[in-house]
Design a protein around this ligand. Structure first.
Ligand SMILES: *[C@@H]1O[C@H](CO)[C@@H](O)[C@H](O)[C@H]1NC(C)=O
Ligand SMILES: *[C@@H]1O[C@H](CO)[C@@H](O)[C@H](O)[C@H]1NC(C)=O
Ligand SMILES: *[C@@H]1O[C@H](CO)[C@@H](O)[C@H](O)[C@H]1NC(C)=O
Ligand SMILES: *[C@@H]1O[C@H](CO)[C@@H](O)[C@H](O)[C@H]1NC(C)=O
Ligand SMILES: *[C@@H]1O[C@H](CO)[C@@H](O)[C@H](O)[C@H]1NC(C)=O
Ligand SMILES: *[C@@H]1O[C@H](CO)[C@@H](O)[C@H](O)[C@H]1NC(C)=O
Ligand SMILES: *[C@@H]1O[C@H](CO)[C@@H](O)[C@H](O)[C@H]1NC(C)=O
Ligand SMILES: [Cu+2]
Length: 720
């Protein structure tokens, strides 16, 4: 392993190459400082690491001969550091915005490139100077493209980390002659900006193919760039901000470093700003944890890299604090919220002193009392898989758990045998049957790193799809150690706890594509999007990726393919439903050895938000609601600005490692009352169906267009 100093020296020499660079620091004017918490990077640990971003899968950087013909223009000019320098292919020249003793050009700064011909572009790259951390490197940015230099389309935005690595703003291939980089903040809060090089990637993919929206497949919207690999992601249910985290470093984890902190990045969809925060105050590296929301919308993050810590993010205070540690230190466990508002965890791997395959029993957190209670009769052996060639280390990872009636927990997988878990007294585990249909596949396997989502809590319906018998695919020496991922998909129907559950094949024969490390996202209309993953699951690889997402419709009992993207989303990626009914799909990697790090996420816009010409459909809007804090069995009224035909609640959840146990959808029955466009609905009576916590309430019109969500908080039923 290279020490940090070695890495730093190594990189600096690579970067400087044979051309030595003489950097004159801009004169020390009293620089205007931006709101550091909002959008300017701090210098953190994790500078000067080996791994930059994974390059685009498609296309190539436009070569120097063509760059020589580009025209470059910018909003701030300084003699000797003209903006034309960003395309000269030299590392010892750079564009610098104006800073003199007399005056300084303030942010934002724009630089515009004329490619001199229309290209199918798919990425912009930016090379900072080697002293990026001292200031002057692009942090906050927006990337636009244009055919005519008049109408600009936003294709990527966000904040880049303040290290020396080349930065990417990748996006789905689109025709453009002009690209514009708008710089909204710089590292160390400086007003000036310096860029060594700007590159543009283009592909020669045929450009006359119909747009996905005209095919009814939805489309991929702008890319959000994060100053870290977003591995764990959740939405602050109060403010609607998207909070992501990596590890103690933005681009890697582990390596024997015992820095118990976590880098987080927050995207505010209302302003487009992405800010960074280094959470040191909890002494907790939250990489690979259990995630669950409590009734008050506080995100409870248990274990992970610092296996003996539990942290809570309180969205009302924007604060991270420690709570009582678990009885058993662990990472990779399953975690879920129960009817009584308590948070249950079971399984997982490693411990405070490295790999430790001891007791991984279930335990439950009481957020009111701040205590954990362990159950001697809920063992991880009872729920583990049996086929993984990596054995115990993997057998009880990422357990699919759903809270249900009578405070029970249904364990849907990844083991092929499903279970009912009763977290009372000493606890109890009982079989709920086998997930699989022998008529469909003669051998039923465990499905590690598959997905499960309760898309209709009222009917007890869970979709389970994909996964593989082992976490990692392995063959070699003529011996196949494990099978690849599956297309198998099932609808599981729950009745009362402790009863065997019903299992049916979802669709004709499961999904179109085999996948592990994929993600399930429940949509407001009751369909489920399955996105990303790969056929040969191997951690930190991008072989056999699945670029085409697919949607399961329970009404048609069918899967349909939707618009593909071009960025692999495999191990350590995520997907989440946003409040505007689009889906954020991102991350992948966090490897310090392989070029698989994705410092971004892409927005998928389902067809329900589009017209056939690709423009935005008119949404119904919720204009009024009754008290949004309701008990199970309680009633709720809303007013809208147009006719609606259905409504549903989708619970906020936390996504990491293909797991989002907390998401569930509660379809609501509408009754039109009183004045036009006033509707009455009842929350299900059982708190095991209406699990307490924050939900997004969506209403849909007759065309199936969802509104933006408004919050409903379901309180803990007095019956629990
Ligand atoms: C400029 O630096 C990059 C790495 O940062 C390197 O790959 C490239 O070869 C260098 N170019 C020249 C002309 O030295
Ligand atoms: C930079 O470009 C953006 C997008 O085209 C535009 O809205 C903005 O006004 C420009 N800013 C400046 C300072 O020219
Ligand atoms: C940020 O810039 C100031 C000068 O304005 C400098 O004193 C300080 O060292 C810089 N911070 C870092 C982390 O380089
Ligand atoms: C708990 O497990 C022990 C050992 O398997 C068993 O003897 C006991 O009956 C169980 N208790 C309950 C309440 O299930
Ligand atoms: C609810 O669970 C408790 C404890 O696990 C059990 O004793 C009781 O019989 C269950 N009630 C119903 C209605 O299933
Ligand atoms: C809902 O609000 C949006 C944004 O204000 C608006 O464009 C749309 O027309 C509204 N929908 C209806 C049905 O009026
Ligand atoms: C909700 O409405 C139903 C039907 O009008 C009524 O029977 C019930 O009492 C109401 N529940 C509450 C908690 O107000
Ligand atoms: Cu992991």
């Amino acid at each position: 392993m290279l020490s940090r100093l070695t890495v730093c020296v190594f990189l600096a020499s690579v970067l400087l190459g044979t051309e030595s660079i003489k950097i004159k620091r801009p004169s020390q004017l009293p620089f205007l400082q931006h709101d550091v918490h909002q959008n300017v990077l701090e210098k953190g640990d994790g500078m000067f690491r080996e791994m930059g971003p994974a390059p685009p899968q498609l296309g190539n950087q436009i070569p120097q001969e063509e760059r020589d013909t580009w025209k470059v223009d910018c909003t701030s000019k300084l003699t000797k550091h003209e903006c034309i320098k960003v395309k000269d292919g030299r590392n010892n020249t750079f564009w610098q915005t104006k800073v003199t003793r007399e005056s300084i050009d303030v942010l934002p700064h724009n630089i515009t490139i004329d490619l001199r011909e229309v290209k199918n572009v798919n990425a912009l790259t930016m090379r900072p100077l080697p002293d990026a951390d001292l200031g002057g490197a692009v942090a906050g940015h927006r990337v636009y493209i244009s055919m005519d230099k008049k109408e600009w389309k936003l294709v990527a935005f966000g904040t880049w980390f303040g290290d020396v690595q080349d930065k990417f703003a990748g996006f789905e291939p689109q025709l453009a002659q002009y690209l514009r980089l708008e710089v909204t903040s710089a590292t160390n809060g400086t007003e000036y900006v310096r860029i060594v090089d700007i590159g543009v990637w283009a592909t020669d993919v045929p450009t006359d193919v119909p747009t996905p929206s005209s095919l009814g497949l939805g489309e991929w919207g702008p890319t959000v760039n994060f100053p870290l690999v977003p591995v764990g992601v959740f939405i602050d249910p109060i403010g609607g901000k998207v909070i992501s985290f990596s590890s103690y470093a933005h681009d890697s984890f582990g390596q024997g470093v015992t820095d118990h902190t976590t880098l987080t990045a927050t995207w505010d969809p209302t302003t487009h700003a992405v800010s960074q925060r280094h959470v040191r105050e909890t002494n907790h590296d939250m990489f690979c944890p259990g995630m669950a929301f409590d009734v008050n919308g506080r995100m409870v993050i248990s274990g992970g890299e610092t296996a003996d810590k539990v942290s809570i993010y309180d969205p009302t205070k924007d604060e991270w604090t420690n709570v009582a540690p678990m009885k058993i230190a662990r990472g990779y466990q399953g975690s879920v919220t129960c009817a009584n508002g308590k948070i249950f965890v079971v399984g997982g791997s490693w411990g405070p002193v490295g790999l430790d395959f001891g007791d991984r029993n279930g335990e439950i957190y009481d957020p009111e009392k701040d205590t954990w209670t362990k159950f001697n009769n809920i063992t991880s052996e009872a729920i583990q898989t049996h086929e993984d060639w990596e054995g115990d280390y993997r057998a009880d990872n990422h357990v699919w758990l759903m809270g249900w009636r009578n405070n029970s927990i249904f364990q849907a997988g990844p083991s092929k045998e499903m279970h009912w878990i009763m977290p009372t007294g000493t606890g109890a585990v009982q079989s709920a049957g086998i997930r699989g249909v022998t008529k469909f596949k003669p051998i039923i396997h465990d499905r590690m790193c598959g997905v499960a989502a309760m898309y209709d809590a009222v009917e007890g319906k869970i979709l389970a799809a994909g996964g593989a018998p082992s976490y990692n695919y392995k063959d070699g020496d003529g011996v196949i150690r494990s099978e690849k991922a599956t297309t198998e998909a099932y609808v599981i129907t729950l009745d009362q706890p402790n009863k065997e559950v019903d299992v049916q094949v979802a669709g004709d024969g499961g999904m179109h594509f085999p996948r592990s490390f994929a993600h399930a996202v429940i949509l407001p209309n009751g369909e489920t999007l399955v996105v990303g993953g790969q056929e040969e699951p191997r951690v930190f690889t991008e072989n056999t990726p699945q670029f085409t997402p697919e949607i399961y419709s329970p009404t048609d009992n069918a899967w349909r393919k939707v618009a593909p993207n071009t960025v692999p989303r495999t191990y350590h990626s995520f997907a989440l439903l946003l409040r505007d009914a689009t889906i954020l799909v991102g991350g992948g990697g966090l490897s310090n050895q392989l070029p698989v790090n994705h410092f971004d996420a892409q927005i998928y816009i389902p067809q329900y938000l589009l017209t056939s010409s690709g423009s935005r459909a008119t949404r119904p809007n919720i204009t009024e609601t009754s008290d949004p804090n309701v008990f199970p069995g309680g009633n709720f009224t809303i007013a809208t600005d147009s006719e609606i035909v259905s409504a549903s609640l989708v619970r906020y959840g936390g996504a990491t490692h293909s797991l989002n146990n907390d998401q569930r959808r509660i379809p609501l029955t509408l009754k039109e009352v009183g004045p036009p466009y006033s509707y009455f609905m009842s929350i299900p009576e059982d708190g095991g169906v209406a699990i307490p916590g924050y939900y997004m309430l969506f209403v849909l019109n007759a065309q199936g267009v969802p509104s933006k969500a408004t919050n409903v908080q379901i309180l803990v039923s007095p019956e629990y």
